[in-house]
Design a protein around this ligand. Structure first.
Ligand SMILES: [Zn+2]
Length: 304
């Protein structure tokens, strides 16, 4: 099933598919947790389905694989030879990864004739990799599809951007995301609306049993000025350093509210500066004294 906030995009793609205007290189860009990758995979699976034409005609959607043909079964087993997924391994996507895609595209297809390569987080391509990709982008074919996803598409070279059909993926109707999260029994968190534009991020936290921790971070952020014991906060961040961004986001939101309630702009800037520094130090300095950094940040907040 397509994520409810992506139905509009699904319709648009279906129309272009039916009119045979479907571009061989599709780029889906949008924030982390909006569902770009799920959408890209679903599209790839449908393009590979042996019954794609009938499915599109009957279900009126370009995203409906039949789920029963040999192709669909191979996809379920994770062994479809005509589907290739490239993800960041380490820091970047290198030129060898892209050459691998180019080889893959050149070989004949095993099933319905189509071949699909997905590149997740394609902004992580090195310059050499992006240049190598241009060749594939410049050789459109009826039966070869490239699906790119990116949460930072502005970092992509213009040469790549201009050769793709770009779709901005976002939650246009926040109520749909709210309902979807409710269907997963995720409700009643004060901070939840901050993530309505990234619902899959919240789902991920649920799967990882992180929702309580996120809630604790939120509580610390709202009571930060009054707190003196940060043991629990430090324990959570030490265990999951990536949550530091969420904690600083919560603090930033608090700060915006204080500004609207009459905090001076100078004070606001001082605290925002300290917040940025806190986040940077935490991501850059190995072995940072976290308890000290946290209590320093709290004292900046108290003094402004
Ligand atoms: Zn099928």
């Amino acid at each position: 099933m397509t994520l409810p906030w992506l139905h509009d995009i699904e319709q648009r793609l279906t129309q272009s598919f039916k009119a045979q205007r479907f571009h061989h290189a599709q780029l889906f860009s949008g924030p982390i947790g909006v569902g770009k990758f799920a959408f890209a995979s679903q599209l790839a699976n449908a393009l590979l389905c042996n019954n794609i034409a009938e499915q599109v005609a009957a279900k009126k959607s370009v995203l409906s694989a039949c789920g029963q043909c040999k192709s669909c079964l191979l996809i379920k087993a994770g062994t479809h030879p005509d589907k290739r997924l490239t993800q960041v391994d380490g820091q970047s996507i290198g030129v060898d990864d892209i050459r691998g895609i180019s080889d893959f595209m050149h070989h004949s297809a095993a099933q319905n004739g189509n071949k699909v390569a997905i590149i997740e987080n394609c902004e992580k391509m090195t310059t050499a990799a992006a240049n190598a990709l241009l060749k594939t982008l410049e050789e459109p074919s009826q039966s070869r599809f490239l699906i790119l996803t990116s949460s930072q598409a502005t970092q992509l070279p213009a040469t790549v951007l201009s050769r793709c059909a770009k779709t901005d993926v976002k939650v246009t109707n926040l109520a749909l995301a709210q309902q979807w999260l409710e269907s997963l029994e995720i409700t009643n968190y004060t901070w939840l609306p901050l993530f309505y534009s990234q619902p899959l991020q919240v789902k991920y936290w649920q799967e990882q049993n992180q929702l309580q921790n996120i809630n604790t971070l939120y509580k610390f952020a709202t009571e930060f000025k009054q707190s003196h014991n940060f043991t629990e906060l430090v324990a959570i961040i030490n265990k999951q350093p990536e949550l530091i961004r969420i904690f600083t986001l919560f603090l930033s939101e608090q700060l915006k509210q204080q500004l609207m309630q009459g905090m001076s702009f100078d004070a606001y800037q001082n605290v925002q500066h300290a917040l940025n520094e806190f986040l940077q130090n935490n991501t850059k300095i190995l072995g940072l004294n976290l308890p000290l950094a946290v209590s320093r940040l709290a004292s900046v907040l108290r003094n402004n």
